[in-house]
Design a protein around this ligand. Structure first.
Ligand code: PRX
Length: 695
């Protein structure tokens, strides 16, 4: 039969992937305005004192951190056993992993052999301890005045009813369930119901289009879909059910049939009578769920059984189904939540993220409930009906920890401080930031205006793949520097490497990798373990490669400089340039497209699309709109290009590779820094692109 092909094509891929990586850059490059702020901030340090924080100073941190790296097996077992119910206790030896592609298949195991259930730990445990009456969710609707609350007992009962419904339609342990819902309490309830019975949830952000929904449903083979008829986002009504129906049709065209659709009727957005239902397939939540029993048996899961899939964008190809498993994710999400937000049971916490993204999984649904927080669930947008909405909600519910993305901070900052100061914010203790680098100007506004200079800012760096916070301040434990995520969390060992994979010591700037396994690292890419290895472990063998660049300063603080691959981050939403390009070329009149990110004052990055039209087709405003529409319908409105730049040709090397560096410089109006263009097949292309761009 001959010898088998080498199992791991790591070395060739390393080379190919590395040539696609951008050199990590200093953040100073972003704009002149940001430059001065960052330079000044390297020295500016702000120290807070937080009396009830779990780590009081850097000494205590250093001791715990050292143990977490030297004895990960014991450190995490102690935390997991002390904080959670395990139906079968975790064995003494439970952890093993391999991050080195040269040594065989990459794998990770934590708490292997221990059996637990995350939904049980989020709900039953607290109810059993006598906290059933504590508010679990405080619901704030899109429109002012639409609100409600659910206690831990009520949430537990509703989760059991949904769990029973899922079982009644044949869902079993290991089956996939797709969830396409807006931010109503029923979304985390649906996730918890899946977890209770061992079904694997795959939440699809409500802003994705029907095509994007269909491809995710099809990839994970979800026979059951939970959705909502409609949602109000600011003044707009979005008819989710229509998009979901079309998504199911597209899935059928691709050969996959969704058999059951459960529809939560959101009466404040659309009446039930107006919702189109497919007989035999669709049922209203309000019709079938109340009939179910309010208790449901728990499925005890091995720690390494899969908890969820969450699709995320990469440099190439279609989105990857990131797989997270039960025990490691539970322990890490809960521990980071507790330490990073200095959380105490009963705290009122509010995260503005949507459950469609990882932040909504780790720090909406699971982390806070595992710590018995009371949390605000907000259906609307921060600027509706006005720019004071967030602070009005903080005041109304006396929110203690508030967690949002820099893009929201920048947009609220533009509306003026008076929208903030008219509300009482004295309940706030910790302010969090996530999703993209926070520029020092926004950091200071958040700190000084929102937090009155009293509250620590936790700038949390992490990713869908990491499951929880990786590099982040701990409130009050050490000084914060505006714009720096500061130091690694327990169990996280960051390393900076150069393009050859050589580790850089001390003050340095390079590719950010993690060299040891932590409990919630990505276990695999669903149905594509090879892609998992080549994406994350082949580029710098022996480590997990994050896709980000970073700088370490003389105090050991990390400054994330942003993605070094072809992923862009628009308003904290992660978008693969290849996905946008393929949506553009799907238009019959588009011959070729190349997409890059450029600095955007509110969104962080905007999407700049270079488009070459088919021979004989003239550019026009209506064609521009059609191209944008093509992206909206294939991905979603949040991925719509900000700029369509007509390109008679694209800058390519003689071997046909697009020189994205040149495109990025043109989009940033930095044509004076184009660098070496002598390898371009047709150097005249640059001049024509500049001419079409204008000044
Ligand atoms: O580039 C980093 C950026 O967001 C990427 C991960 O995106 P996603 O998987 O969608 O998860 C977002 C929520 C965790 C990272 O590779 N990023 C996230 N947080 C920060 C950040 N960049 C700088 N500072 C952060 N605090």
């Amino acid at each position: 039969r001959g010898s088998p092909p080498p199992r791991n094509p790591a070395n060739q891929l390393t080379q190919r992937q590395l040539t696609n990586l951008r050199a990590p850059r200093r953040r100073e490059a972003r704009s002149a305005h940001v430059t001065s702020a960052i330079k000044a901030s390297d020295h500016a340090e702000i120290k807070h004192s937080v009396s009830d924080a779990h780590v009081q100073d850097q000494e205590q941190y250093a001791e715990m951190y050292a143990r977490s790296l030297e004895d990960p097996n014991g450190f995490w077992r102690d935390l997991a056993m002390q904080d959670f119910h395990w139906e079968t206790p975790i064995p003494e030896q439970h952890h093993s992993y391999n991050f080195d592609v040269r040594k065989g298949p990459v794998f990770t195991e934590w708490f292997k052999g221990g059996k637990t259930n995350i939904a049980y730990n989020c709900l039953d445990r607290h109810v059993g301890d006598g906290h059933g009456a504590q508010p679990c969710f405080l619901f704030e609707g899109n429109d002012v005045g639409v609100d409600g609350a659910m206690s831990y007992q009520q949430v537990l009962e509703e989760v059991c009813r949904v769990a029973n419904f899922l079982r009644s339609v044949g869902v079993k342990k290991g089956d996939s369930v797709a969830i396409y819902m807006p931010m109503v309490c029923e979304l985390p309830i649906a996730m918890l119901a899946c977890a209770r019975i061992g079904a694997v949830h795959s939440v699809v952000f409500g802003g994705f289009s029907s095509d994007a929904l269909a491809s995710r449903i099809e990839d994970c083979k979800a026979r059951v879909l939970l959705t909502c008829n409609a949602v109000k986002r600011g003044p707009k009504v979005i008819n989710l059910k229509q998009i979901a129906d079309r998504g199911c049709e597209v899935a059928v065209e691709q050969g996959f049939n969704v058999e059951h659709v459960l529809v939560y009727a959101n009466d404040s957005a659309e009446s039930r009578e107006d919702t189109h239902m497919v007989p035999g397939r669709d049922a209203f939540w309000q019709d079938v769920i109340p009939q179910q029993a309010s208790t449901a048996e728990v499925e005890w899961m091995d720690s390494e059984d899969t908890l969820f899939y969450l699709y995320t964008s990469g440099s190439t190809g279609k989105p990857k189904g990131v797989v997270h498993s039960t025990g490691g994710f539970m322990t890490y999400a809960a521990t980071t939540f507790k330490y990073v937000f200095a959380a105490q049971p009963g705290d009122v916490y509010w995260c503005t993220a949507d459950c469609g993204w990882i932040t909504g999984h780790s720090y909406m649904t699971y982390g806070p409930l595992l710590n018995r927080a009371t949390q605000v669930v907000f259906e609307g947008v921060p600027t509706y009906p006005d720019a004071g909405r967030c602070w009005q909600i903080v005041d109304k519910y006396q929110v203690k920890q508030f967690y949002t993305a820099p893009t929201a901070i920048r947009s609220l900052m533009r509306s003026g401080a008076e929208w903030v100061t008219k509300y009482d914010r004295s309940s706030l203790r910790v302010l969090g930031s996530v999703g993209e680098p926070i520029n020092p100007e926004a950091w200071r506004w958040y700190h000084e205006v929102v937090g009155d200079g009293r509250c620590p800012i936790v700038d949390t760096w992490w990713q869908t793949e990491t499951g929880g916070h990786m590099i982040t301040p701990l409130p009050g434990a050490w000084s914060e520097k505006p714009g720096s995520a500061s130091l690694p969390f327990f169990g996280v060992k960051p390393v900076l490497v150069d393009e050859k994979g050589q580790e850089l010591e001390g003050e340095a700037e390079g590719y950010l990798c993690i060299s040891q396994s932590w409990p919630s690292n990505i276990r695999t890419v669903y149905r594509d373990h090879e892609r998992y290895e080549t994406t994350y472990f082949a580029p710098f063998p022996g480590t997990y490669f994050t896709g980000d660049g970073a700088r370490r300063d003389s105090d050991g603080y990390y400054w994330i400089t942003g993605r070094v691959d072809d992923v862009i981050n628009v308003s904290g939403h992660r978008i693969g340039t290849a996905e946008v390009e393929s949506a553009l070329v799907a238009h019959p009149q588009c011959a070729e497209a190349a997409v890059v990110g450029y600095e955007h004052p509110v969104k962080g990055q905007g999407i700049w699309a270079y488009v070459t039209l088919m021979e004989g087709v003239d550019s026009s405003d209506s064609l521009r709109k059609e191209l944008v529409m093509s992206v909206r319908s294939q991905i979603g409105a949040f991925a719509a290009p900000d700029v369509i730049h007509w390109a008679p040709g694209l800058p390519k090397t003689r071997s046909g590779k697009i020189m994205r560096r040149v495109l990025r410089k043109i989009a940033s109006f930095e044509e004076d820094q184009l660098g070496d263009t002598s390898t371009l097949a047709d150097p005249g292309v640059v001049a024509s692109l500049l001419e079409l761009r204008g000044k």
